[in-house]
Design a binder for this molecule. Structure first.
Ligand code: GUN
Ligand code: ZN
Length: 438
């Protein structure tokens, strides 16, 4: 049990209930009937046990990879592979986001929808448009979501007229984006350097972005080894690089504040480079299956001790919910076990950790969020695990062993659920769902 001394005036509120979270030692730690105090700065300051109570809390979930503009065409990535889908839907629609009214509408929807689904931290790709990207930062701040926001950079291989920048423009606008976002002093929103992926960027631009990230200690995000056709194309575009990972590494884009989406086709040598540089991967199973990109061998990634979180990859993925990503990650892992019975399927507890603590580590935000450790911000979901007539009602009068089993199902229940099971959402100790609309 952890505590720290607080005077009464420092206390914002105290929650009483069952808290489940992940720690370095335990993928699923259940703190039954506990008291958790949140101080005036929104941080957890006390966690003690008490007696019987029915509320149930879990850490807020972390979406380590989501495209905010793509929310407007969710569901289109079902019958074509990645590169075709990018040319058919993504580039034409993203090019519309220089229109700030349109951007405001879509970005407000995506922030609200993800918050309602329990995403307390989101790592967003915006588009190439600086002002619309700044607007996304403002909207996340206004609704109280913790967010990394990236203005997308791309200076080659456009399939759509005007949806590309010159190298100079991309650098200058990224610099302006970072400076203006930092000037806003939003407490929960940070900029992230965002080369779309190697095929969209010249090596010169990648190198400049790496330099900017290094000089300003910024986060970095991109895509890597998502689809085999893309991997082949990268070999043609960068004939002097040893691997896809090597391209980013040479340009200083692999750091302990880097998150790369997908990585389905990375070699063991490339995973070693991830581990050595401290770079993380975002596992986006819904997208990987929807676009038929590949199935990430999560066990191999974990064995290589590469930091890993979950991502929805809206709109390659068709669900904005990390609960969905949890289920898809379990399904994908089972597919690998079906193919190879030696493959050790991921447990529910391991995937729960990826959705919470793993995501915070992957984004290098684990000093602030990811679990209920004392001193971290209170980013939490109050969940309703006892749907009327559900398993909990039915077994309440059973023997103790059955009741312990009931505890387990009470954990899996919200994860088989959806936003209707998420009653309240807190970020940094502030209740952000239900929304308090102006
Ligand atoms: N690779 C480059 N851009 C994208 C994108 O927008 N979505 C996905 N899934 N992969 C990409
Ligand atoms: Zn993506």
């Amino acid at each position: 049990m952890e505590t720290s001394q607080k005077s009464v005036t420092d206390i914002r509120f105290v929650c009483r209930g069952t808290f489940v979270h992940s720690t370095a030692e335990e993928a699923l730690q259940i703190l039954e009937d506990a008291l958790l105090g949140v101080d005036s700065k929104g941080k957890v300051f006390l966690l003690i046990f008490c007696i019987s109570c029915s509320e149930f809390f879990m850490p807020g979930m972390i979406d380590t990879h989501i495209h905010a503009p793509q929310y407007s065409y969710t569901g289109t990535a079902l019958d074509m592979p990645l590169l075709q889908w990018l040319n058919t839907y993504t580039f034409p629609v993203e090019s519309r986001f220089q229109d700030l009214e349109f951007a405001k509408k879509v970005y407000t929807q995506v922030v609200k929808r993800t918050l309602r689904n329990g995403t307390t931290t989101a790592c967003y790709f915006a588009t190439i448009h600086t002002d619309a990207s700044l607007l996304l930062g403002q909207i996340a701040n206004d609704f109280g979501q913790r967010a990394l926001v990236g203005k997308v950079c791309m200076d080659r291989n456009d399939s759509v007229k005007h949806y590309k920048e010159s190298s100079e423009e991309s650098q200058e606008e990224t610099y302006r984006f970072v400076k203006e976002l930092l000037n806003k002093k939003y407490p929960l929103v940070k900029p992230v350097i965002t080369p779309r992926f190697a095929p969209s960027c010249t090596e010169a631009l990648l190198a400049k972005l790496g330099e900017m990230a290094k000089n300003n200690k910024l986060h970095i995000q991109s895509h890597i080894s998502e689809n085999l056709e893309e991997v082949e194309w990268v070999k043609e575009l960068f004939p002097n690089s040893e691997s896809y990972t090597d391209i980013y590494h040479k340009c200083n884009l692999l750091t302990d504040k880097t998150i790369m989406a997908h990585g389905c086709h990375l070699s063991d040598e490339e995973l070693v480079l991830f581990r050595e540089t401290g770079a993380a991967l975002s596992h986006c199973p819904n997208s990987n299956i929807s676009l038929c990109s590949g199935v990430l061998n999560v066990r191999n990634v974990l064995n290589h001790k590469v930091k890993l979180g979950l991502g929805t990859d809206v709109a390659g993925g068709y669900s904005p919910s990390i609960l969905d990503a949890v289920r898809r990650a379990l399904d994908s892992s089972k597919v690998l076990t079906i193919q190879d019975p030696e493959y050790k399927t991921l447990s529910f507890e391991e995937v729960f950790r990826l959705a919470t603590l793993g995501g915070s580590q992957a984004l290098s935000l684990d000093e602030r969020t990811g679990n209920f450790q004392v001193g971290k911000d209170f980013d939490a979901l109050r969940v309703n695990v006892a749907a009327p007539g559900g398993p909990i009602d039915l077994i309440q009068n059973e023997k103790p062993q059955v009741i312990s089993h009931m505890r387990l199902s009470s954990l899996t229940c919200p994860l088989a659920g959806d936003d209707r099971n998420i009653v309240e959402v807190f970020v940094a100790g502030k209740k952000v769902v239900p929304f308090s609309e102006p």
